[in-house]
Design a protein around this ligand. Structure first.
Ligand code: PLP
Length: 368
């Protein structure tokens, strides 16, 4: 068998896959494990993609993205950014890869939230950087003083994730300002994953890109807001030297984001998703109230479509094993954390699925 590169032994397979293996035999599981919207791309946006294909918009765009989407971004979420500060990416995953590659030397440290989105840690390992975790237990908010205590001469960057996967936490403008002050003083760069920007239920979205634009690489996209997870379109915006480095890297890797879907994404920026967001706020309430009523310890998610309750007994892995035996699919906390005390539930699901999930959890609260 051919020998693989050393980096392959540093990267861990996603624990989420283990759950799907466990679940393979379930016939009709109550599935609260899938981290994507349960609605489809709106029809007019599908039409845009089809129209673009029919018009022959199927060739490469420029690496930095086609003019239509770039113009729409500049008129929308990226108002005030110069041309050399914007890059259209292969969704946020693509943006994350490019940002890590542009910013981190082997041995450099990147501060990551714990709990974290699975890619953050594995990408650091992939690029020989060291993931250093700032703990946000139990309220899922970073404490700037605790984060600062982790900084060493090798610390280059900090990753922020608001609204957060897996906790649903949303940072307020004041909380972000306190972190921005520390970033400024300690000469760090922030990578701000803003993929769940549209899913803020209790207060308007606040972004580090407005507070510290000269130190923030923001990453956003259309996968969650418009259910385009398979279309692979997103954007990066930030200091020109970093965005230009990422553009150079994209030239030799992803080349460009898929052309017809860039057209659809430009139209998406003008397509209101308020009804979906309002319905997800109700689903958030349904899940949260159900969990509280069933006696679970959980922070009310203010955004995204996740809740991260504490297990009532046992480690995350053990408790989720029992959930799966009882036909409920969810993900143990250690897939997103260095600890294994919680589990992740997704409320991007039908109301009746959420209700069935709560009923199973109510029974399991009492023990095996
Ligand atoms: N960032 C977070 C926090 C996510 O939850 C996800 C997907 O689940 C991504 C990034 C990747 O999204 P994309 O489809 O834009 O690559």
């Amino acid at each position: 068998m051919a020998e693989l590169a050393k980096r392959m032994s540093a990267i861990e397979a996603s624990g989420i896959r283990r759950i799907f293996d466990l679940a393979a035999n379930l016939e009709n599981p109550v599935n609260l494990s899938i981290g994507q919207p349960d609605f489809d791309v709106p029809e007019p946006l599908k039409e845009k993609a089809v129209e673009a294909m029919r018009l022959g918009k199927n060739a490469y765009t420029q690496t930095q993205g086609g003019p239509e989407l770039r113009a729409a971004l500049k008129n929308g979420p990226l108002k005030g950014y110069a041309d050399d500060q914007i890059l259209v990416t292969g969704a946020v995953s693509g943006g994350l890869i490019l940002a890590y590659m542009a910013l981190l030397n082997p041995g450099d440290e990147i501060l990551l939230p714990d709990p974290y989105f699975v890619m953050y840690k594995q990408l650091a390992l992939m690029f020989d950087a060291k993931p250093v975790f700032y703990d946000t237990y139990p309220d899922w908010k970073p404490d700037p003083a605790k984060v600062e205590a982790l900084i060493t001469p090798r610390t280059r960057a900090i990753l922020l994730d608001s609204p957060s996967n897996p906790t649903g936490a949303v940072y307020s403008r004041e909380e972000l300002a306190a972190i921005a002050e520390m970033i400024e003083r300690r000469n760090l760069v922030a990578v701000s994953d803003e993929i769940y920007e549209a899913f803020c239920f209790d207060a308007p979205f606040a972004s580090l890109r407005e507070i510290a634009p000269e130190r923030t690489v923001s990453l956003g996209g259309f996968s969650k807001s418009h259910a385009m997870t398979g279309w692979r379109v997103g954007w990066a915006a930030g200091p020109a030297n970093i965005i230009q480095a990422m553009t150079k890297l994209q030239q030799f890797s992803f080349v460009c984001a898929p052309t017809p879907f860039q057209y659809a994404a430009a139209a998406a920026l003008e397509y209101g998703m308020e009804d979906h967001i309002a319905s997800y706020r109700k689903k958030r309430d349904l899940l949260y109230n159900g969990l509280i009523d069933a006696g679970y310890e959980v922070v009310k998610p203010a955004g995204a479509f996740y809740a991260f309750p504490k297990t009532p007994w046992g480690a995350g892995g053990e408790f989720v094993g029992e959930c799966v035996k009882n036909n409920l699919l969810c993900i143990p906390g250690n897939c997103f954390s260095e600890r294994d005390t919680h589990f992740r539930l997704v409320f991007a699901a039908k109301d009746e699925t959420i209700e069935q999930g709560i009923e199973i959890l109510r029974r399991l609260k009492k023990g095996k």
